[in-house]
Design a binder for this molecule. Sequence first.
Ligand SMILES: [Zn+2]
Length: 313
Amino acid sequence: MEPIITINNLIDDAKCYQVVRMLRWPDGQVICPLCESTQIDKHGHHNTEPKRQRYFCNSCTTYFDDLSSTIFAGRHQPLQNWILCLYFMGLNLSNLQIAHELDLNEDDIQQMATQLREGINDKKPTPKLEGSVESDEIYIVAGHKGNPEAVRNKGRKGRRNRLKGARGRGTLAKEKPPILGLIQRGGDIALKMLENVKQKTIEPIIRTTIAPGTLIYTDEYDIFGRLTEWGYQHKTVCHSKGEFARDEDGDGFCEVHVNTIEGFWSLLRSWLRPHRGISQEKLPLYLGFFEFVHNVRRRGKALLGSLLNLILN
Ligand SMILES: [Zn+2]
């Protein structure tokens, strides 16, 4: 029988540490993570990981290494597995698929992926939108602490089947949480899971994300009814009257529409599709991850550098 060769066994541990050093200290000057001093001496290597460089800070007299004060410090899995996990997440593989590729336990990958998603969410910049912005909301099926396997194993009806029956405007309680999407035409997207669809819930999100005075296009849904009061220009397209785009300024272009955000919703739905049974607790992490991926405009191997750079700095 041929041996199973997994990608993580082909990856060079030394190169992984090199990449981390390059991203943390781009000009080659090692900086103490505690006191930011540059008076640093090399101090041998990690006991069990020979490629992991250790350092001594002459200013605050502490020891640290390549991974100290990063998300990868004090982890059980080798660095190469973390980097590969992040790479596969950028390719939008599910946790199960990643576990198969790396020949690792799915629970371990689940934990690693969650920690990486949290890391990306903690560090990602808050999008700042201006110019022409479209705003809309959708409802995504996500249960509480979703674990469809466990539910099925207990002989109950699978959660996903049950949830397909839910109709109407979603709420957290209904397991169809609302997602607010704000997109600048030709620019960035901002995504937020909402507790409920009320004006007072969306007001602070809109104010921190969209520059005052910006022109915002929405449908006629009443949560957007006070945008003018909040200091924005506001135009609505009347979907209920069968209208999808309108030329208001008479230049021949139907500029009043929300087609950009609607196109984005189908991108988001395809992105979420491989990940079955995302819980409401985890959904914001997936949304934040996709927000970053979308806004950085990179895919595959080009994306890995952006993800690592964000998470390490
Ligand atoms: Zn120091």
